[in-house]
Design a binder for this molecule. Structure first.
Ligand code: NDP
Ligand code: GDR
Length: 419
């Protein structure tokens, strides 16, 4: 049977006192609630607490707990205990890998009944997933978040969980505002009231800036959001600032420009393009439908950006940083480049909604415009200035757009290959 990572139900549902599950990593132990019985597992069974890890019957629960608690306390002096919310998303994958390499004890929050299950975490190498302690719960539940944070006293929390699609936020503003506003509010408040030594890093977004009005957008650019998603991220940014300045907690926002990877969600334009390119280059008779191809984005590679987040968290003093490449490309540039890397050149003809892209060799139409993908309040261009991150953190992006596209194509070819 495939080994599984530890997954705990919301701690608020668990009877006290303590359950201590020893991690596979030598010298580390992970604490969670409930020692007297195994935690009730959710609808999906995660066989973490398999016989190998159960409390040995001959020791007795109380003694085992006390002994392991001592080990755990000792181990926290060398290994940081970190919570990543939204761990099953694109960025969660890269951040988990980076922090595991540092020897940290990683707790991850997954949404209960997520249609994606453990999402990108499934791609972690053999042996890594087993080191992650997974909690199932929703960032919108203040009771759950309070209890998790109060009990665990994390050293650091990376708050990545969000409804992250701008297009979805236009369709479903209420869900976006609920998740993206309540999530950061619950976490920051729980830290302030129940675990004030915990450092908090919030994944903010360039979407809060809105359309570009100067050459590049930096930490001092005034926000003008143009979608419910952008509005919610702006609120998160101000909330983090308020809690830092007035309530004394270590809290900071990473203002992230678009970053993509092999593990990008299917709803985003880069992944949508790559999937279609690989299918079309593989011989499928298909046409890629897109919205506005003339919008410009500053696309980077997710791993580079997560390295930036780790550097931010390592700072003594909390501060906000922009992460961006400073390079602008249109969606059409991305399309040309992706098809080009797959060996297909495109002839463009027509204008506006009638513009089409044809395969230069076969004449087949492989790209069309569909009005339904146009957005009201579209941000026509965003470009970031990461000078501060470069100067203060020594950060700079390592992966250019061509390399990013090549990584995405390679991954798509591997994973979409028929078994
Ligand atoms: P993803 O959408 O890939 O991941 C977000 C994760 O949050 C998903 O795993 C999702 O779970 C989880 N989530 C959503 N709602 C809840 C909830 N109510 N409770 C608990 N978990 C929840 O996003 P990315 O990894 O790309 O982005 C990470 C963060 O960075 C997000 O906050 C995003 O807004 C922000 N950001 C991202 C940028 C980018 O270009 N990637 C740029 C700027 C900011 P589920 O699978 O169940 O939906
Ligand atoms: P974005 O990413 O809205 O910038 O938000 P997305 O990939 O969805 O759109 C990028 C641009 O491409 C245009 N576009 C299309 N987009 C999609 N999804 N599908 C299409 O068919 C299509 N055709 C054209 C869009 O209009 C848009 O201008 C991302 C997310 O990761 C956010 O979480 C993050 O905060 C911001 O980047 C910075």
């Amino acid at each position: 049977m495939k080994p599984q990572a530890g997954l705990l139900n919301p701690t608020s549902e668990l009877p006290s006192p303590f359950l201590i599950r020893r991690d596979k990593t030598p010298g580390q132990a992970n604490l969670s609630k409930n020692c007297n019985s195994l935690p009730p597992l959710g609808s999906r069974v995660w066989p973490v607490f398999n016989s190998a890890k159960r409390v040995p019957p001959d020791i007795g629960q109380e003694n085992y707990c006390e002994a392991t608690l001592r080990t755990a306390r000792a181990s926290t002096q060398v290994s940081k205990k970190v919570l990543i919310t939204g761990i099953g998303g694109q960025d969660g994958y890269f951040l988990t890998k980076l922090l595991l390499e540092k020897g940290y004890t990683i707790h991850g929050l997954l949404r209960r009944d997520s249609p994606k299950g453990r999402g990108s975490l499934e791609h972690l190498e053999q042996g890594k997933l087993e080191q992650v302690i997974l909690h199932e719960g929703n960032v919108t539940s203040s009771d759950f978040i309070d209890e998790l944070i109060r009990f665990s006293q994390f050293d650091e929390i990376y708050h990545l969980a969000a409804q992250s699609s701008v297009a979805q936020s236009i369709q479903h503003p209420r869900e976006t505002i609920e998740t993206n506003v309540l999530g950061i509010t619950n976490i920051a408040t729980a830290i302030r009231d129940k675990s004030p030594k915990t450092k908090l890093l919030f994944a903010g977004s360039s979407e809060m800036f809105g359309d570009i009005e100067e050459s590049k957008q930096s930490e001092s650019t005034h926000p003008h959001p143009q979608s419910p998603y952008g509005l919610a991220k702006e609120l998160g940014f101000h909330l983090v600032n308020t809690y830092r300045k007035h309530y004394g907690i270590w809290a900071a926002t990473a203002i992230l420009f678009n970053h993509e990877s092999e593990y990008r969600g299917d709803q985003f334009v880069t992944k949508k393009i790559i999937k279609a390119v690989v299918r079309i280059a593989g011989g499928q008779n298909e046409c890629l439908s897109l919205g506005n191809m003339y919008v410009k984005r500053d696309w980077g590679y997710a791993k580079d950006y997560m390295q930036g987040l780790v550097l931010m968290m390592e700072q003594e003093e909390p501060d906000d940083y922009v992460f961006a490449t400073g390079q602008l490309h249109t969606v059409k540039d991305f399309v040309n480049s992706a098809f080009g890397q797959a060996g297909i050149s495109i002839d463009w003809s027509g204008e506006s909604l009638d513009e089409i892209g044809s395969n230069q060799d076969t004449g087949e139409v492989i790209v069309r415009i569909d009005k339904k993908f146009y957005r009201p309040g579209e941000i026509t261009g965003t470009c970031g200035d990461a000078t501060k991150a470069n100067k203060k953190l020594g950060w700079s992006p390592e992966t250019n757009l061509e390399t990013l596209i090549s990584k995405m194509i390679e991954h798509e070819k591997q994973t979409s290959r028929p078994a």
